[in-house]
Design a protein around this ligand. Structure first.
Ligand code: ADP
Ligand code: MG
Length: 696
């Protein structure tokens, strides 16, 4: 039976149940799967050399004939040697195989083979150990660029390469061309068949590059199409009309003037809200860039057009904080701000809900409680979520669903995680993006130090000194308890030295700072207990707060002037930058101390980036280069389809090209409904099918 893309790998010779099961572990069930299973690297076996001319210390292919019958010797139990002399016109060479008895019968005297390995010299002797070899004239894996595949137990690279060879030969021509001809030509991209052949078995290094470029482009193109489809799907339907864009009287409420970036962001959001369609905008701004005031301006605009707004914060502390600052700002203009959180007393909650439903609240600030049953808005027009990486798409959608009559409210998402712009476009493809890339004037940067264990006592002394001056300090640790994974990470192992919040806080309390007020907080505590500790810290009743990264999210304690991070090398740079953003929020000179025991030059150099810049975007770019994109997205990353060959961090130029091309195509054929785009649409849907909820 002829092989097709749908054929199961069981149909290939040599693949029985056991191997099929192992291949399935690699996600390989069909020929199509295998063709899409790209090598992770390649071995250069193109150089053919004579025995005498072979370079040292570098494997090469040598064509030679077998000069004698291979000799087998048993050195000791479990060690069997096959030795054979081979020769070409330049020299003789001894080839030795360890524990590969089959070689004795595979190599025939008088026949020519290609041997791939390192030629070693000892005086006039030449020798090669455990080479790959093939009969000359029937060579498949010598004299070529050899693919090296990601493997699993029981599946060797030669086996995979053999399978790939068969599949490519039989089916490369059947792989559908998904890229429209005009896109392919405009971007000088190879055809799919060529790319499929050359990604597995490159004819040359140039061909490999050409194939790779096309396949990366294709993957980005599919991703961009999918994201744009999400966006167009969302654009259908009307949004609440917010036509009045006059901000003058709002601006007069502010105790400061907007920065240019804040102004631009508000203008962009105002234009969205006036467009007749629902806004779906992400506002990215570094810590302290003034996102709250931007949110306030939008809520104010909505109010002026008769709409209610909701502002959802990830913690009670943050919700209360927003409630206080927003009522202070907006109530003088006659706007009514309410608060709804889970820990409020039942009677208070009831009252808050009633005023909300009656339309007596114009801006409701709250936590997840806003999502609960029985929370009804009178006329919801705008939903704002703060620190969005803590909220899923589904939660945003749940809140938006609280608007009546099929009208979708405007959505504004605020995030302090700076993501390089191109990346944001992909990752938040369902959102428009505004960037607040300017801090309000007069901020003094937090002074940052990378400090080794030898200076620990000095660091404690510094804590004491600042506390004596009336300041407060955070100490952040990677884990909650001894011997466990850092919060929010699955990784484990080798963590014995990690500072753990509970035990470390105890040590600090009893041994290091018995005279100071030390408390701890971590993500496994009940929200109520957590918030109680945070409130006490906020009120100045705690000097030193030991915590995990739960305090990473927007809390504002202006009197905190010192951030110490233990095992700093365990954190991403962007995360450290977020942590650092917890200090330097008041009038006091502030410091960030990154403690690390690492002696790795790389780790230290990485941390030093933080000491040298306070630009969150620069730090994010650096992080992206060093650690890849995973860190940025947190759980949100799971909403993105997995990429097989493209690298969001590494191939930014191609990403932009593909994005542009996808956009143009979708302008011409918005739903990819034309017949010739049908396979493309199917493929995009398949790519996203593992993550249906991002289609919300
Ligand atoms: P974030 O973007 O981290 O949420 P906030 O909105 O909490 O930042 O703002 C941080 C601080 O900066 C607040 O105290 C706020 O009042 C102040 N602020 C915001 N915008 C300006 C501005 N344009 N000029 C001066 N201070 C500002
Ligand atoms: Mg904030």
């Amino acid at each position: 039976m002829a092989l097709t893309l749908e054929s199961g790998l069981r149909e290939l010779p040599g693949i029985g149940d056991a191997r099929a099961a192992r291949l399935a572990k690699l996600g390989l069930a069909t020929v199509e799967n295998l063709l899409g299973y790209y090598p992770r690297s390649y071995e250069d076996r193109t150089k053919i050399s004579t025995i005498d001319g072979a370079p040292e210390e570098q494997p090469v292919c040598v064509a030679a004939f077998v000069a004698e019958t291979p000799r087998v010797s048993h050195i000791r139990k479990g060690l069997e040697l096959v030795k054979v002399k081979v020769a070409d016109e330049t020299a003789v060479m001894t080839v030795t195989f360890f524990n590969q008895a089959y070689v004795r019968d595979a190599l025939r005297q008088g026949e020519s083979y290609i041997f791939y390995g390192k030629v070693e010299r000892q005086g006039r002797q030449r020798q090669m150990t455990n080479p790959v070899f093939e009969r000359e004239g029937a060579a498949r894996f010598t004299g070529c660029i050899m693919p090296v595949y990601p493997l699993t137990a029981g599946i060797s690279n030669n086996l995979l390469a053999g399978l790939a060879r068969r599949c490519v030969d039989a089916c490369a021509g059947q792989v559908p061309e998904l890229l429209p001809e005009e896109v392919r030509l405009a971007h000088s991209l190879a055809q799919v068949e060529f790319s499929c052949r050359n990604i597995h078995f490159p004819e040359s290094w140039e061909s490999l590059e050409i194939a790779r470029r096309r396949l990366i482009f294709e993957e980005f193109f599919l991703l961009s199409c999918g994201m744009s489809l999400l966006r167009t799907g969302r654009d259908r339907g009307a949004g609440p009309a917010v036509e009045n864009r006059d901000l003058a009287s709002f601006l007069s409420l502010l105790p400061f003037s907007f920065t240019g970036a804040q102004r631009r962001t508000v203008d962009e959001a105002a234009a969205d809200m006036a467009s007749g369609r629902p806004m779906n905008r992400l506002v990215q701004g570094d810590v302290g860039s003034g996102k709250t005031a931007v949110a306030a301006a939008c809520a104010w605009l909505a109010w002026r057009s008769g709409w209610q707004s909701a502002l959802m914060a990830p913690t009670e502390i943050l919700a209360e904080q927003h409630f206080r600052s927003l009522s202070a700002l907006l109530s003088p203009a006659g706007m009514k701000v309410g608060l709804l959180t889970g820990s409020m007393r039942a009677a208070e909650k009831r009252k808050a809900k009633a005023t909300l439903a009656a339309g007596q609240v114009d801006l409701m600030v709250g936590t997840h409680a806003l999502l609960s049953e029985g929370v009804e808005f009178h006329k919801l027009g705008l939903v704002i979520t703060d620190e969005q990486h803590r909220f899923g798409v589904a939660q945003r959608a749940a809140l938006a669903a609280k608007a009546d009559g099929g009208l979708r409210p405007h959505v504004l998402v605020m995030s302090a995680t700076p993501i390089p712009r191109t990346l944001a476009l992909i990752v938040y493809g369902d959102l428009d993006v505004s960037v607040i890339d300017e801090l309000p004037p007069g901020r003094t940067p937090v002074e940052t130090f990378v400090v080794g264990e030898d200076k620990r006592q000095r660091m404690y002394g510094f804590v004491r000194k600042l506390v004596a001056e009336g300041r407060q300090a955070y100490i952040v640790c990677p884990a909650v308890e001894e011997n466990e994974s850092p919060e929010g990470e699955d990784a484990s192992g080798g963590l014995a030295d990690l500072k753990a919040v509970t035990t470390y806080a105890e040590t600090l309390k009893t041994q290091v700072f018995p005279d100071l007020r030390v408390a701890f907080v971590h993500g496994k505590m009940k929200p109520k207990d957590k918030d109680a500790v945070m409130s006490a810290f906020s009120a100045g009743d705690i000097d030193v707060l030991v915590s995990t990264t739960v305090i990473e999210v927007g809390v504002d304690v202006p009197n905190a002037a010192l951030m110490i991070v233990e095992n700093a090398e365990r954190f991403g740079l962007s995360q450290l930058h977020q942590l650092r953003g917890r200090v330097g929020r008041g009038k006091h000179k502030s410091y960030c101390v990154l403690m690390t025991a690492t002696h790795s030059q790389d780790s230290r150099a990485r941390l030093k980036v933080l000491a040298s810049t306070t630009d969150g975007f620069k730090i994010a770019e650096e992080d992206l280069k060093l650690r890849g994109p995973g860190d940025f997205f947190g759980s949100r990353q799971h909403g993105l389809p997995q990429l097989h060959i493209a690298d969001l961090a590494g191939d930014v130029r191609l990403l932009k090209e593909a994005q542009q091309a996808a956009q143009e195509l979708l302008e011409a054929d918005p739903g990819l409904e034309r017949r010739k785009h049908r396979p493309l649409l199917e493929r995009v849907k398949r790519m996203f099918s593992d993550n249906p909820d991002i289609f919300n």
